[in-house]
Write a protein that binds this ligand. Structure first.
Ligand SMILES: [Cu+2]
Length: 305
């Protein structure tokens, strides 16, 4: 088993152990008796005919019905309680929005900061409100025994309380396409106070970084990288490599110079000028990126000339 990184992990492991040991007990009992009977009642000289067996034993039959029923009820009751505990978050939980998309997880914090990793304070209940942008994904943190599928158009909630600082792996457990196995992220559990400091610093990245660096970060964290490469390869959208300053051929026969205004328009109103040979599938980022952020992206595109 991975380390128990959350309060829920211990509860899950206890039920797992219970079911495991019940299974081991009955496996040994049943297979043991079977082997014993095979040896004992095998065909031998002078024992050719099977002995007449009893047809019925009420006491035995009631015993082997009632005991398993009690065991199954106990497993259900215990499992159901743990399931409810996992699903009903304490009222004072810190909330983080989780979005699954091809092929990364994005985490949105209360102040609007968007990050590729899930940062949380230790010993504080954290509620995740999760959804997907495109197809089904499965949010899975083995160390927290936390797993929930997300689908577009619907929100699901889970919560956890991390008990140890450190980094834990997040996986996607639904086969969601070519990038599925790269859909990794980390839970970073901070010591008391460290989380607030991290959030403050991370949200200030526009002030802290040069515009081009900040633009690169936005390119990665705001989903542009899903559709646009920077290495010249064509994805769902055209590559950003050597885009800036080039003449771009559009659907309908026109061409346009890829300058600041064109990039800005492509982000705010993608359908107004559609690049030749591409589907008009880019979502608008109007209201989702600030002017300052768009400027940072433009500065980043300039570095890819
Ligand atoms: Cu996925």
């Amino acid at each position: 088993m991975p380390v128990q990184g959350s309060t829920g992990a211990a509860a899950v492991d206890r039920i797992f152990d219970l079911i495991l040991w019940i299974a081991v007990f009955f496996f040994v009992l049943i297979v043991g008796l079977m082997v014993l009977f095979v040896v004992r009642y095998r065909r031998r000289e002078g024992r050719e005919d099977a002995e007449k067996s009893a047809s019925h034993n009420t006491a035995l039959e009631i015993t082997w019905t009632v005991i398993p029923i009690l065991i199954v009820i106990a497993i259900f009751a215990w499992g159901f309680k743990a399931y409810l505990d996992m699903n009903v978050a304490p009222a004072n939980s810190y909330e983080v929005l989780v979005t699954g998309q091809k092929w990364k997880w994005l985490f949105t914090y209360a102040n609007g900061h968007v990050d590729e990793n899930l940062h949380v304070p230790v010993d504080v209940p954290v509620r995740l409100v999760m959804t997907s942008e495109d197809v089904i994904h499965g949010f899975y943190v083995p160390a927290f025994r936390l797993k929930r599928d997300v689908v577009p158009g619907r929100y699901v909630r889970i919560w956890f309380r991390a008990v140890k600082t450190g980094e834990y792996q997040i996986y996607c457990t639904q086969y969601c396409g070519t990038g599925h196995s790269d859909m990794w992220a980390k839970v970073v559990v901070h010591e008391p106070g460290g989380f607030e400091r991290w959030l403050q610093e991370a949200s200030d990245f526009l002030k802290r970084m040069s515009p081009a660096e900040a633009g690169e970060r936005l390119y990665r964290t705001r989903g542009c990288a899903q559709c646009h490469t920077v290495n010249g390869a064509v994805g769902t959208g055209p590559t950003f490599s050597k885009l800036f300053g080039r003449q771009v051929a559009l659907e309908g026969g026109k061409t346009v110079m890829a300058d600041e205004d064109y990039v800005r328009e492509s982000i705010m109103d993608p359908q107004s000028k559609v690049v030749l040979g591409f589907q008009p599938v880019m979502p608008t980022f109007k209201g989702r990126l600030t002017d300052q952020e768009i400027t940072a992206i433009i500065e980043y595109l300039k570095t890819l000339e």
